[in-house]
Write a protein that binds this ligand. Sequence first.
Ligand SMILES: [Zn+2]
Length: 387
Amino acid sequence: MATEAEPAAGRTSAVRDWASGCLDEIVDDLAVLVDTETPSTDPVLLAAGAAVLTGWVLETWTGSTATTLGAGPGAVLQVDAPGSRDGTVVLLGHLDTVFEAGTVAARPFTVTDGVARGPGVFDMKAGLVVGVYAVAALDALGVARPSVRLLVNADEEVGSLGSRSSLVDAAAGAEAVLVLEPGAVAGTVKTARKGVGLWTVTATGVGAHAGLDPEAGASAVHALAALTSYLAGLADPAAGTTVNVGVLTGGTRPNVVADHARMEIDVRARTDAEAARVTAALAAWRPADPRVRIEIAGGWNRPPWSTPAPGMVARAEAVLASLGVAVDPREVGGASDGNILAAAGLPVLDGLGASGGGAHAEHEHVVVADLPVRIALLAGLIAPDGS
Ligand SMILES: [Zn+2]
């Protein structure tokens, strides 16, 4: 309806223009976050990083309050910015990065030719910046919005095992969960993510001399080699199911029948049905030689997320259209904590952080000029009916 679409379009471009007007400040804030190292594996640096993040959000969001849910590696920072109408939108992010301490000293935050680089800049320090500035923009422009609850964990890159229950509890009842994981281009939204299953299989066989007494042995290595072929056969590329035996070790010497072997498996599935099929097939497998004992540990670290919240992609498309940017919905193989909250029944849209590329790699980067568009997109999703 033109009567509603036009003010909305004006609002969206006002947010973009507001963000463009303070782009230097936005980049300065991003620099501080990137240069504050937060490896998933370093509790001291994570605590210091959480303090920096908390101070910055509280200062930027007038009237907001912060609390910490849980403790230790699973601690979740929650910042609430009360809104001018009922309802709560959750912004979901993570503070941790895959880069070890000392990476910043080797390659600190830089901006060259409009491209920002530095450890964690894309995944997802710039996403946190997009989230914080989207709310700041709405408030600076006096746009009505629901309450916003920012949830930031620090164990996302290592599976969110300690934080997931806090995330689910704190997001309960949200009208939308907007995930600040990176996008690719200015119009990217992520509408589905495969689930990730992780298993470790250990095999215990019977050692023996490979030449003198081979029948006395039962090879754990041969058993897991057979399992590797079996697992490869479970993949179904057309259905989106992949199976990767990423680690396979065992045995001691060529002339010894191996009495031990171990493998680590990564399975990706687009649907719950496929996840269940692979899980059941793995559980049903038995070694050909019954003297080999196997132990299987693991499961679905994040379940498949295949259904974006109804209407949210259309909403993103409308917001972007008012900026002259085409929406670019993507289904991806990597999971995020959006999978966990979608499985909890919440309406999720993901990939709303910065545009750029190279996640988890040295060439990780963010396109600075797109940040105002990404901020405007997120603001339009937070306050679809704001005026
Ligand atoms: Zn991430």
